[in-house]
Design a protein around this ligand. Structure first.
Ligand code: FAD
Length: 225
């Protein structure tokens, strides 16, 4: 996979050694995350909206209600900036100044187009659902024509992107190493708890395997168990 070209738009200025333009790194972070924040500007007013996303090749799919401001913006082919952050830990330094976070994050740029045909729309919804829970789509009732009509799906071609990754202990000043202050990392991770069946269910069904063992892939950084 080729790198994203480094330009004025996606160049990381602060601690560039933590930056990456490697497409595979960017895509691993996108694929692990369940939530992105979509940023766009309307008449000079910036908005950022948290949403579910899913990627296939160089395309990011979003779905939402037909009338929303964001989908109006995407329908016009106007630009968006999407950010994603996976939080891996809190970094406690001996000095207030050097506290930090361990993370893997992405900022990407692109323009949207509305997915028009029912066939492509249904395929995009399948990609979104499989991003959340692989195996789910083949079990559920498919969207009715009315449900499809009420849903907008946008396909954003990822034109430019950057990733930034921090891991490891604090970077304190050597003069502070002897201070009687605990320093280190509090690792964090998103964990699935026990699935809770819907009380409205008319039958008692076993929990699907993809939920019983649900976890997001942890691909790029060594982590404590
Ligand atoms: C969970 C989390 C918490 C953070 N907390 C802080 C904080 O409190 N204060 C702080 O200053 N910084 C924080 N950062 C880092 C922050 O995201 C920026 O990287 C930082 O502000 C420096 O940006 P810059 O000046 O290099 O880039 P900018 O000039 O702001 O941006 C230029 C380009 O660099 C790229 N870029 C910048 N940041 C990132 C990123 N994180 N991931 C991918 N691409 C990026 C984008 O393509 C962007 O268009 C945090 C990051 C994460 C993920």
């Amino acid at each position: 996979m080729s790198d994203f070209p480094e330009t004025d738009r996606n160049r990381i200025h602060r601690i560039p050694a933590r930056g990456s333009y490697d497409r595979e790194t960017v895509y691993q972070i996108i694929d692990e995350a369940l939530v992105c924040h979509v940023g766009f500007a309307r008449e000079g007013q910036p908005f950022t909206i948290p949403m579910l996303h899913a990627r296939r090749d160089d395309t990011l799919y979003l779905h939402g209600a037909r009338g929303s401001r964001l989908f109006g913006h995407l329908r016009e082919g106007s630009p968006v900036c999407v950010s994603i952050a996976l939080l891996d830990g809190i970094v406690f330094a001996r000095s207030a100044y050097h506290h930090s976070m361990n993370y893997r994050s992405v900022v990407l740029f692109g323009e949207g187009r509305e997915v028009e045909t029912e066939e492509e729309k249904e395929r995009a919804l399948e990609i979104l659902m499989e991003h959340v829970a692989p195996g789910r789509w083949r079990e559920v009732r498919r969207p009715s024509p009315a449900e499809l009509a009420a849903t907008s799906v946008a396909a954003i071609r990822i034109q430019s992107a950057s990733a930034k990754l921090r891991s490891g202990p604090p970077v304190d000043d050597e003069a502070d190493f002897g201070l009687p202050v605990w320093a280190g990392e509090l690792p964090l991770r998103q964990a699935a708890l026990t699935p809770q069946p819907d009380p409205e269910s008319r039958q008692e069904l076993p929990v699907p395997g993809y939920l019983a063992a649900y976890r997001r892939p942890f691909l790029t950084v060594d982590r404590n168990p």
